[in-house]
Design a protein around this ligand. Structure first.
Ligand code: BTN
Length: 252
């Protein structure tokens, strides 16, 4: 990808293979410090997902990590995950307008109801490393992931890796700017406008194995998922979300 296509001041490193692009951004801290280091690789040999899960990373999909100078506290990381998810939906909509794309809390992009990407945030020496994987041409086998997965190709969209990367980085730069100037409120509204399943039944599987079942009511101003159920209203800060029935993204 032409470096002129990058947001101002951002630098791109393209590798044939790496353990994890998140790890590579961390290793390059002294050689290339500061915001905007972008590392992408054709293959990851030890790609990581959320909650210590592996992220299967064969050739042909997009694997990218970006260092952002945002406080490495948990609250900033949580908010950045919504910023990145909105940017990714908008990049996919720009490259394949016919796709039915939406968000599942907190940051999974669904296409026709199946997961097509993952976002992993890690803090490192005062910055946040934002790692994004997008299933362009292949997805894990059915039954091998907690949530059904798909690829853009399987959903009828042949999107080039460089095109998606360029457009995603541009959208990310814009959304991070919006968050910095306007705070979380406009990000929250943008996320809600792209969310799947608002007002519909939802099941949140919590880290302790407990399940909260109810109606997906809202995203609050700290990024918590708000569920209303027989128990009253509950805020979920961490967990995996499932929709018992097929859902469509909110109309925009
Ligand atoms: C998830 O579990 O949904 C998050 C998956 C994040 C995968 C990406 S691929 C690029 C970056 N490098 C990694 O090792 N993980 C992230």
């Amino acid at each position: 990808m032409d470096s002129k296509a990058l947001p101002p001041g951002w630098r791109l490193v393209t590798l044939p293979e790496v353990d994890s692009t998140n790890e590579e951004v961390k290793r390059r801290e002294s050689a290339d410090p500061g915001e905007g280091l972008v590392v992408t690789a054709a293959i990851q040999t030890a790609g990581r997902g959320r909650r210590g899960r592996p992220w299967n990373s064969p050739a042909g999909n997009l694997y990218v990590s970006i260092r952002l100078s945002i406080g490495d506290d948990l609250a900033s990381a949580a908010r950045l995950s919504f910023v990145a998810a909105v940017a990714l939906v908008d990049a996919l909509k720009a490259t394949a307008p016919h796709l039915s794309v939406g968000l599942k809390w907190p940051n999974d992009v669904l296409v026709n109801g199946s997961k097509v990407s993952g976002i992993l945030l890690e803090s490192h020496n005062g910055s946040i490393i934002l790692g994004v994987g997008v299933n362009l041409i292949s997805a894990p086998e059915p039954g091998s992931t907690p949530y059904p997965a798909t690829s853009l190709r399987a959903e009828g969209a042949d999107i080039g890796r460089d095109d998606l990367l360029r457009i995603f980085l541009g959208e990310l730069f814009k959304m991070v700017g919006l968050w910095r100037t306007g705070g979380f409120a406009p990000v929250r509204l943008a996320w809600l406008a792209r969310a799947c399943g608002i007002g519909k039944p939802v099941v949140a599987r919590l880290q302790n194995g407990e399940e909260a079942t109810g109606t997906f009511a809202d995203l609050d101003d700290e990024g918590a998922l708000v569920i209303e159920g027989a128990f009253g209203t509950r805020r979920i800060l961490a967990g995996d979300v499932f929709f018992p029935h097929p859902t469509a993204p909110a109309s925009r």
